[in-house]
Design a protein around this ligand. Sequence first.
Ligand code: APR
Ligand code: ZN
Ligand code: ZN
Length: 362
Amino acid sequence: MSQQVQGVVAPGKNEPVRIETIVIPDPGPGEAVVKIQACGVCHTDLHYKQGGINDDYPFLLGHEASGVVESVGDGVTDVAPGDFVILNWRAVCGSCRACLRGRPWYCFNTHNAERKMTLLAGGTELSPALGIGAFAEKTLVAAGQCTKVDPAVAPAVAGLLGCGVMAGIGAAINTGDVGRGDSVAVIGCGGVGDAAIVGSRLAGAARIIAVDIDDRKLATAKTMGATHTVNSRTTDPVEAIRELTGGFGADVVIEAVGRPETYEQAFYARDLAGTVVLVGVPTPEMRLELPLLDVFGRGGSLKSSWYGDCLPSRDFPMLIDLHQQGRIDLGAFVTETIGLGDVEKAFARMHEGDVLRSVVVF
Ligand code: APR
Ligand code: ZN
Ligand code: ZN
């Protein structure tokens, strides 16, 4: 039997979000209904609202979430009702070329639930943000989007691994392959950049240089594990990073802003044959111009990090373990917990740079 719950919907381009009654169908084959316990407010939710992703309004927002599986459809064996899970937006298919080559984090056939959630009023089909839609009491997903983790961890903390925090940690440990003794610079110290700092520290980086244009962000970056900070509004970050690394540049530079000028800083702030990781997400009109001779002559690797190149089944339980051992503090990313009705206010606070993460708790 379908059920009705409250959820946060973006009705049209730049229109304020509102709480609507939504209809959740029973899970079809391979699907699960999850009772949401917490869901973080991410930039991507704001981008959906602003029309920056596509025009498939109305959107059911929210995608950084944890909760408890309520029911599952036919053929679901990996999770069962009662399991505490973190939702992910890249449920790998297991059969595409990337999956078959043993690189499932590059899966190009990730899937979502096929049954549709709808608005009670008018029956309009909803487009769930990143195939999740978790600013709602319950949501319908593909079972592969659920990763079971230890229920002892606070839901508000666990949910953050579902997007930004995983992207940042993964940019360092998976994509950047930061190793013991490496020097790392992180440009842009919001939630994603700070998570890259946490990941770099976890991997054993000797020197972690945080770069931002906001001193408040740099102060937080220090508490996350940055050994040095550079305000790039007042100091040339490329020179500063070179000075802090014996004149060479950092082994790995992680760009967590998503802009051409910060990418260029990252490109020149690394040592010869060093690595640049782009985890910040650019917008379609952005262009990059670099001397091709520098791209050749400086060597090394220029990588992008999608979702931290994570494999949820491998990385979520591992990071929850490390959190519970006290080796990383995922709780530091939760700036505030809010109610379902506060998402619009949280967007404003995010825009002002006041928060790492506001998390809706149910
Ligand atoms: N140089 C350095 N830092 C900058 C610059 C700049 N030119 N412009 C902005 N920043 C800093 C901001 O001050 C802020 O601390 O970058 C940080 C961005 O943080 P958030 O806005 O909190 O964004 P976050 O959630 O960390 O995401 C960063 O990754 O997933 C993507 O879409 C996301 O592109 C975004 C990026
Ligand atoms: Zn695949
Ligand atoms: Zn997100």
